[in-house]
Design a protein around this ligand. Structure first.
Ligand code: IMP
Ligand code: MG
Length: 188
């Protein structure tokens, strides 16, 4: 199935119902990890829609997390990873002694999440659990394990449900890809 958005053909990979169902399952998995003093940290910008839905699924599963945000850069306008991660906007909460659930949209090379996980562990978090909406296993460059994975994703450059290409398509309620963009990492 595909949808035309701004005169662009976007192929649907995961529809809204499939995502909502998976979010409920993820929340149950997170509850099973018995988090204490849970602080959710969403990596902006790409994870903001996923995080918004997941924290409400966590509420439905009986958890009451605090919520924070961190803005990290790795991708800019290009679809290829720059390899370097920097903090553009930091969290405002002390993570010492807390269980942190780090939420991101995609685990690809792993550089973004490896950087964030190390940073929070170094600041004294009790546990740093990693939850990603999508995992692209073929592109891993550094060792990092995601504790919770929404979906394994083929090697496409995906958009929607918070994710963008050159700032567009974040508003789509589904996860899709633009066939003309080719696989991520492929010059387009
Ligand atoms: P990593 O550091 O290579 O694991 O890159 C992860 C980050 O790259 C994610 O948080 C996304 O923001 C971005 N990213 C990777 N693949 C895609 C994609 O297919 N669409 C949109 N953003 C992506
Ligand atoms: Mg991101």
């Amino acid at each position: 199935m595909s949808e035309t958005v701004e005169r662009t053909n976007v192929e649907v990979l995961f529809d809204p119902e499939t995502i909502a169902e998976r979010n409920r399952e993820l929340a149950a998995e997170i509850v099973a990890a018995k988090p204490e003093k849970l602080l959710v940290i969403a990596v902006l910008k790409g994870s903001f829609v996923f995080a918004a839905d997941l924290i409400r699924a966590l509420h439905g599963a009986g958890l009451a997390p605090e919520v924070e945000f961190i803005t990290l850069s790795s991708y800019r306008k290009s679809t290829a990873s720059s390899g370097q991660v920097t903090v553009l906007r930091d969290v405002e909460t002390d993570v010492r002694g807390r269980d942190v659930l780090l939420i991101d949209d995609i685990l690809e090379s792993g550089r973004t999440l490896a950087f964030a996980k190390d940073l929070l562990a170094a600041r004294g978090a009790r546990r740093v659990l990693v939850c990603v909406l999508l995992e692209k296993p073929e592109k891993r460059a550094v060792q990092i394990h995601a504790d919770f994975v929404g979906f394994t994703c083929p090697d496409y450059f995906v958009v929607g449900y918070g994710m963008d290409v050159a700032h567009a398509f974040r508003q789509l309620p589904f996860i899709g890809y633009i066939p003309d963009e080719g696989a991520s990492g492929t010059p387009s």
